[in-house]
Write a protein that binds this ligand. Sequence first.
Ligand SMILES: [Zn+2]
Length: 216
Amino acid sequence: MVTARTRATLNTAAAAARDAVGGVADLDAGGRADRAAGEALSSALAWSVLRTVADPEIPVLSVVELGIVRAIEIACDRKTVTVTVTPTYIGCPATEMIAQDIVRALTDAGAVQVVVRQQLAPAWSTDWIEPAARARMLSYGIVPPAARSSLARGVQPLRFVAPGSVRDLHEMDEVLRCPRCASADTERLSYFGSTACKALYRCRACREPFEYFKPL
Ligand SMILES: [Zn+2]
């Protein structure tokens, strides 16, 4: 139900963004729009369009809220848009789908050519998820990742985990409260949930399973 409502909101925002971009096209037809002001406007509109592109794995979040859109460049002709994206995980299967969705949304909004390029460094961090998005994630039933800054500061070692030694990883986790009943009596069932970036937990109080978006 939450998903449906959020999608409806996203669709409404998409329609509004499209209307606004239509306005930009009118300015183009006039041919006298100030270039600097026009670019800023187009860029802002492109950002608002991408706020309507849902993350395939957490559909209540947009790709912008997830923090994976690093930059949007509008070419001087204002027809070519270059979007720089940092994937959440290298090899994340959603990456290709996200790129296709970005191209489709911006094309629908009037872009003639959309280039999606990947930027792997600096690596995406769960700290880039917008604060408001964390609350929505929780209401969707996924415990948002703890801020990494609260877990460790400075340089972190690369950890290699042998099969069967996931107990080490568990020690990194904080006590998670159930997103439904807020009980702290929870247990982890699997370090990997429906996707590699989430772990599967269960609440012993209400017996409902839930997922935890792991800090990265
Ligand atoms: Zn519970």
